[in-house]
Design a protein around this ligand. Structure first.
Ligand code: BGP
Length: 462
């Protein structure tokens, strides 16, 4: 073994309830924004495949957990679907859902796979969205009630909790760039939504601690390290500092330091778009920071000073402050259109080590979406996804190096366990260690990468 990882390193993968469970209106589940949006506008979804058509883990979790074992998982992240537990977002608890999540958690634990549970993965219950979703302060209260209920029900078994997955995504996708419902373009709304998400996270952490739960609670952030076109050009550097404040530090700073970055606050004030902040809010955010940081890393952000004219059509946008820089020669994943820059994962971990008190963290998502993987299936029926092995191992080398240099990184979760349904892209890009054949009754088979990952996990390195 050349790259040996620390003892008890977490090897596994991440997934979410809405992307894997299926049964969108069965067993008492209520509608969420994805169920609704698909009904309203199916043409937006790749091949018109909607959120009912996931990998159906709801029905097959026992077999799927055996596949997790065969692919070396000692940990696995899932999310509790808010609209499954509370079909109306608040009110009556759906007892069928309670039983389901207990069964899932028990089965994971019985197989020595520690469950990590996330509470919000882009899946606003429609009943709450109709009243404004994250725009409405009442949603914060409903979320805290949902969180508290989850801690009460499952807290004796689940010891790793996360309040949100990628809270910046509902902000940018739902209120700026239109790839999540309600698909608005409205900077003031985006700011209010982000603020309420952050507040909801701190309030859930407060409740968790008040309940004297003995686990850890954190947040999962997608971090996109921002690199200026030219480090010696102050205008480029300034642009990258702003992009970093908007897309990374907007949640990273309050989650760990209890405060929003001053660069961001200044911009928001200049725009005259301060969110509605109530008495005590900032104190709650200050006092209830996280125990554990989940880091999702896919791609860096390359930035240059604004050169193109500001487009005023939709009011202010983040892009008024910088231009994206298409660096010549950068390595791209042609399927997803995202840059692959392995060293970015090292830069993030070192940043957390140096600027965020070296808080315990782990890689909570990292992975490669590929179209048309069926063509790599060999005569034995195994998909030979050696590009994925390379992707994961190249990132792991940098994780290893950061740990050698003192980063407090406790594990690595690939996105994802088995090919799953993904928001507007549905099944376009496949990410799993395990393939799912939609036209063969969701048949599973372990890919080369899954077999490889088992060896890595068994050896605690490679
Ligand atoms: C992250 C999300 C996941 C997953 C992944 C891959 O942002 O947390 O839910 O979807 O990205 O992205 P995509 O499926 O859009 O290619």
């Amino acid at each position: 073994v050349e790259y040996k990882f620390p003892k008890d390193f977490w090897w596994g993968s991440a997934a979410s309830g809405p992307q894997t469970e299926g049964t969108f209106d069965g067993d008492g589940k209520g509608e969420n924004i994805w169920d609704y949006w698909f009904k309203e506008a199916p043409e937006k979804f790749f091949n018109q495949v909607g959120p009912a058509d996931t990998s159906q883990v709801y029905h097959t979790y026992k077999e799927d957990i055996q596949l997790m074992k065969e692919t070396g998982h000692n940990t696995y992240r899932h999310s509790i679907q808010w609209s499954r537990l509370f079909p109306e977002g608040t009110g009556e608890v759906n007892q069928v859902a309670v039983a389901y999540y207990h069964n899932l958690i028990d089965e994971l634990i019985a197989n020595d796979i520690e469950p990590f549970m996330n509470l919000y993965h882009f899946d606003m219950p429609m009943a709450l969205q109709e009243k404004g979703g994250w725009m409405n302060r009442e949603t914060v209260d409903a979320y805290v009630h949902f969180a508290k209920t989850c801690f009460e029900l499952f807290g004796s078994k689940v010891k790793k909790w996360f309040t949100h997955n990628e809270p910046i995504v509902p902000v940018e996708a739902g209120y700026l760039y239109q790839f999540h419902y309600p698909a608005e373009i409205n900077m003031a709304h985006a700011i209010q939504v982000g603020y309420h998400e952050m507040l909801s996270s701190a309030k859930a952490i407060k409740v968790y601690r008040e309940m004297n739960q003995d686990g850890q609670i954190g947040i999962i952030l997608n971090l996109t390290p921002s690199y200026p076109r030219d480090e010696n050009n102050p205008e480029d550097v300034k642009a990258s500092v702003i992009a970093d404040a908007m897309f990374n530090r907007s949640f990273l700073d309050p989650s760990i330091k209890g405060e929003f970055p001053s660069e961001l606050v200044e911009i928001v004030k200049e725009l005259d778009m301060m969110p509605e902040i109530q008495e005590d809010d900032l104190k709650i955010i200050k006092e209830n920071t996280i125990d554990l940081l989940g880091i999702n890393y896919y791609q860096p952000r390359r930035v240059k000073a604004k050169e193109t004219p500001v487009d005023h059509e939709h009011g202010p946008m983040p892009d008024d402050f910088f231009d994206n820089y298409e660096m010549p020669g950068r390595k791209m994943n042609p399927h997803r259109g995202w840059e692959i820059y392995e060293k970015g994962i090292y830069d993030i971990l070192i940043n957390v080590r140096d600027n965020y008190g070296n808080i315990p963290c782990y890689i909570s998502e990292n992975g490669m979406g590929v179209e048309g993987e069926e063509k790599f299936r060999n005569a034995e029926g195994v998909i030979e996804d050696d590009y994925r092995i390379e992707f994961v191992s190249e990132h792991l080398k940098y994780v290893h190096q950061a740990i050698e240099e003192g980063a407090n990184c406790l594990g690595y979760h690939m996105w994802t366990c088995m090919d799953n349904w993904s928001w507007l892209n549905a099944y376009k890009n496949r990410y799993g260690f395990i393939s799912v054949e939609l036209d063969k009754d969701y048949k599973r088979s372990i890919k080369n990468s899954g077999r490889w990952f088992k060896k890595v996990s068994d050896n605690n390195g490679f």
